[in-house]
Design a protein around this ligand. Structure first.
Ligand code: N2P
Length: 352
């Protein structure tokens, strides 16, 4: 008799767990984004609102992101590649075509920036523009005298002041490194003619005498403690650091800068597409997008969010340079096979 009661209690408990959902694993969304590139409070809010779990991982270069995504195509639902890598991921057949009906907040996006995004996503159906920015030079005023940065150009990287000091880093990003040398030499970041690349290569050989490492993440801490004095850096990342340390400063080099747009894409093999759509639409909400932009210090292609952004953000010339400066900036385009010539120079510089 006792045994029957126990069995009955057990069956009742199992049924109750089934009905209440108690003990059920929450749906999980796997996201892969650049480091320091989202307001973490938004992730928690999304989890609470959707009774789900977000597993969030970060990368610090498109190349590392691509290697990881290729080696395990089911690892992530959503990733944040730069424009040229949207094309690369698409060529590999890894991207899901987005159903815009499931993204009603996509109407908040700026038509001008969507037009720019068509250079890597011709029908605007694979990617949602997330943030854009420019690459320049960040330095610590305690170690780099004003007269050294006064010229305001990319050639600060080659200044004899730094010789033998091992205090300069450049980003671990072939496009950015060769791009800076191309701009300094008077070419576009997308120019892969032998003449342009030879000029950039020569410039890099000179800069390389001062460069101690190619790194896209640890330079942020190293600039604070004096391990590094000057670093090629993304503008928003620099502003995040400058907010914490008044000794840090940033310049957009006078010759111009590389410009990029990062995007949200869904992987074709995503195991949780409904939740992925919910997350993308959440990030497209104008208030969420405003909050996120002000946290990461990068402008958003979300026009409705930009319209309500704080004055201080809009008037910041590192975030929003004048048109005259933007005219000297080049969007990093998809280069197809020509990327190999850029990679070759990058490897040569890194190895020698
Ligand atoms: C985020 C930097 C992303 C900019 N920390 C590079 N596309």
């Amino acid at each position: 008799m006792k045994r029957i009661t126990l069995l009955f209690a057990l069956v009742l408990l199992i049924t109750l767990i089934g009905i209440t959902g108690c003990g059920k694993k929450k749906p999980t969304l796997y996201i892969f984004n650049w480091s320091d590139y989202i307001d973490p409070g938004l992730i928690t809010e999304f989890e609470d609102a959707n009774d789900c779990k977000v597993k969030y991982s970060t990368f610090d270069s498109n190349e590392n992101m691509l290697t990881k995504v290729k080696s395990s195509v089911q690892s992530f639902d959503i990733i944040f590649p730069s424009g040229d890598h949207v094309s690369i991921l698409n060529e590999l057949g890894l991207l899901e075509e987005l159903d815009m009906a499931k993204l009603p907040n996509s109407s908040n996006l700026s038509p001008q920036l969507l037009a720019k995004a068509r250079s890597f996503d011709p029908e605007n159906k694979l990617s949602i523009p997330y943030a854009w920015g420019l690459t320049g030079l960040m330095y610590n005023k305690k170690f780099v005298p004003q007269e050294i940065v006064a010229s305001g150009g990319w050639n600060i990287l080659g200044d004899s002041f730094f010789e033998g000091k091992n205090k300069i880093t450049m980003l671990d990003d072939a496009r950015e490194v060769i791009g800076a040398a191309l701009i300094f030499s008077g070419y576009s970041v997308n120019d892969t003619t032998p003449e342009a690349l030879a000029a950039a290569h020569e410039v890099l050989k000179i800069w390389d005498r001062n460069i101690t490492q190619f790194d896209s993440d640890s330079y942020k801490n190293e600039l604070q403690d004096g391990t590094t004095w000057l670093a090629q850096a993304y503008n928003g990342d620099a502003l995040q650091q400058m907010n914490e340390n008044p000794d840090l400063d940033f310049i957009l080099p006078k010759e111009g800068a590389a410009m990029w747009m990062d995007n949200i894409v869904m992987l074709r093999n995503s195991q949780n597409k409904d939740l992925a759509y919910k997350f993308i639409d959440f990030m497209l909400d104008k208030d969420v997008s405003k909050r996120n932009s002000e946290y990461i210090m990068y402008p958003t292609p979300n026009k409705a969010a930009m319209a309500i952004m704080d004055e201080e953000f809009i008037n910041n010339k590192i975030i929003n340079p004048d048109e005259e400066y933007l005219d000297k900036c080049y969007m990093l385009d998809y280069l197809g096979e020509d990327i190999r010539d850029i990679d070759k120079i990058y490897e040569d510089i890194k190895m020698n």
